[in-house]
Design a protein around this ligand. Structure first.
Ligand SMILES: *Cc1c(COP(=O)(O)O)cnc(C)c1O
Length: 365
């Protein structure tokens, strides 16, 4: 039997024997909260981000929130964010009492557009949060000079972009802080978890205080802090996954190449000049209101797919009344994007089947 009609899931998080053994080892050790495994995970992750300091927390959302807090962003401040992202990007801004101001994306890369960001910067703007959406680096070569010109902090939302780079520089090393997520569907996971990267030792220390009740030494609280610690159980899983990340990333990139060459009649993902895309998602655009029909046809053929994101953040209930310009490219993307399976466990037969199905369902007629 060829197995060619078996369902192909949109994503396939790995929880293998090595992850299970790591968890059991930690549980037997008795060190379960922010102990040696967390320290080792921080050390090992720093290799991915040019040896920057790494501060582990319990989620990518916590990473964003703590970064803003540590940078002193709060009530009265505005933070420029793309609306075409997961709501966590804007939630983090509101959680520290600041206001998100939404700016449009560059068509094709779906990342924060430097001109659009520039247009919404005002006297209250304190920071920018570029999102490396789908694993494609945002235009940091233009966003960093923009931030510098206006004296703004930059927090990179790299939650979907472990190992992505622009002109050879890894994401998470451009801004004051870089934020990664280890949620199960990301390119690597720790069940739940997040990491903050920074080149600033003072900021790293503040982040360490903020994640743990404001304490570096027990019961010697220095500032008001939260409990956003990572467990050693999560860190042990993250360490196992981190070892696999280079191979998985190459597999994602190879899978994307196959899809690029086989998909006909639909625009395949664009890669900006100098960008290293790590394909957290492989996202095509299906124009003319045909996206949902194409997705239904894929579902009928047992091929998983997903829409990230059907509703831009500025149209979600908590953010509808936020100030900001019209966002035509964001609205267009929300209506057209369709993410196809690209995860490392796909075989050539799967990729051919996905490409054939989407080309026939959505391609030129
Ligand atoms: C997943 C994600 C987050 C949040 O990460 P969690 O670990 O789920 O809290 C933030 N921003 C983006 C763009 C994400 O994809």
């Amino acid at each position: 039997m060829s197995g060619s009609n078996l369902p192909i899931p949109a994503a396939r998080p790995v929880i293998g024997e090595a992850e299970i053994e790591a968890v059991v080892r930690v549980l037997r050790s008795g060190h379960v909260i922010q102990g040696p495994e967390v320290a080792a995970f921080e050390e090992e992750f720093s290799e991915l981000v040019g040896d920057r300091a790494c501060v582990a927390v319990n989620s990518g959302t916590s990473a964003l929130q703590l970064s803003l807090m540590a940078l002193g962003v709060g009530p009265g401040d505005e933070v420029v964010v793309p609306s075409f992202s997961f709501a966590a990007t804007a939630n983090a801004v509101r959680l520290v009492g600041a206001e998100p101001v939404f700016a449009d994306i560059t068509p094709g890369t779906y990342c924060l557009d430097p001109d659009a960001a520039s247009a919404v910067i005002g006297p209250r703007t304190a920071a920018l949060i570029p999102v490396h959406l789908y694993g494609h680096p945002a235009a940091m070569d233009r966003l960093m000079p923009l931030a510098d010109r206006h004296g703004l902090a930059v927090v990179e939302d790299a939650c979907q972009a472990h190992g992505a780079a622009l002109h050879g520089q890894p994401v998470g090393t451009f801004g004051n802080a870089g934020c990664f997520s280890f949620y199960p569907t990301k390119n690597m996971h720790a069940i739940e978890g997040g990491m903050i990267t920074t080149a600033d030792p003072q900021l790293a220390r503040t982040l360490r205080l903020l994640r743990n009740q404001g304490m570096e030494r027990r019961y010697e609280n220095e500032i008001v802090g939260a409990n956003l610690r990572m467990t050693d159980v999560a860190a042990a899983v993250g360490r196992v996954q981190l070892q696999q990340l280079p191979d998985w990333t190459e597999q994602r990139r190879a899978n994307a190449k196959v899809l690029d060459s086989r998909i006909e009649g639909l625009p395949v993902p664009q890669v900006a000049d100098g960008a290293r895309h790590v394909y957290h998602q492989y996202t095509v655009a299906v124009p003319d209101g045909r996206r949902d029909a194409v997705q239904q046809e894929l579902t009928r053929q047992g091929i998983g797919s997903a829409v990230y994101y059907p509703t831009p953040i500025h149209r979600l209930k908590p953010f509808r009344d936020a100030a900001g310009p019209a966002l035509p490219e964001t609205d267009r993307a929300a209506a057209e994007v369709l993410s196809l399976p690209v995860h490392p466990s796909l075989g050539l037969g799967d990729l051919e089947r996905i490409a054939r199905a989407v080309s026939m369902a959505g391609g030129a007629r």
